[in-house]
Design a binder for this molecule. Structure first.
Ligand code: THU
Length: 136
């Protein structure tokens, strides 16, 4: 699976964004260790706080299908679905990623299939709190 293909899936997923309040559409495509892709979009809510980000939609779809091993995620977004800038994952999504991925998990933020930046989770969420902290 190339980064280009993953970004293309994220761009397609963005088309399904339900974002009537912000108008900001986001798409994500999550690659599993088994080479499958789970996509997600943001799903907003009139009460605002129940809103789910694209990244979490992708993760929750995958987890609920039994997936547990992940390689990378591609994220795209923009006002009215027009991509002008890189969209970094919000803090809540970084923490959700931390639950299921190790430090080397790759996060791709893209403006297009050819224009993207890659980070490792450790770069975007250093000194994080995880399940290991709850061990005896
Ligand atoms: N959003 C995402 O889906 N992912 C992010 O990483 C940043 C924000 C969504 C949430 C909300 O529907 C809209 O973008 C504006 O914040």
């Amino acid at each position: 699976m190339t980064n280009r293909e993953l970004i293309k899936s994220a761009i397609l997923a963005m088309q399904n964004a339900y974002a009537p309040y912000s108008g900001f559409k986001v798409g994500a495509a999550l690659l599993t260790a088994g080479n499958d892709i789970y996509t997600g979009c943001n799903v907003e809510n009139a009460a605002y706080s129940p809103t789910n980000c694209a990244e979490r939609t992708a993760f929750f779809k995958a987890i609920s299908e039994g997936e547990r091993a992940f390689i990378k995620i591609a994220i795209v977004g923009g006002k009215n679905g027009i991509i002008k800038d890189y969209v970094p994952p919000c803090g809540v999504c970084r923490q959700v990623i931390r639950e299921f991925c190790d430090d080397d998990f790759i996060i791709i933020v893209a403006k297009s299939e050819n224009d993207y930046k890659e980070y490792r989770l450790i770069d975007l969420l250093p000194e994080s709190f995880g399940a290991n902290m709850l061990e005896d």
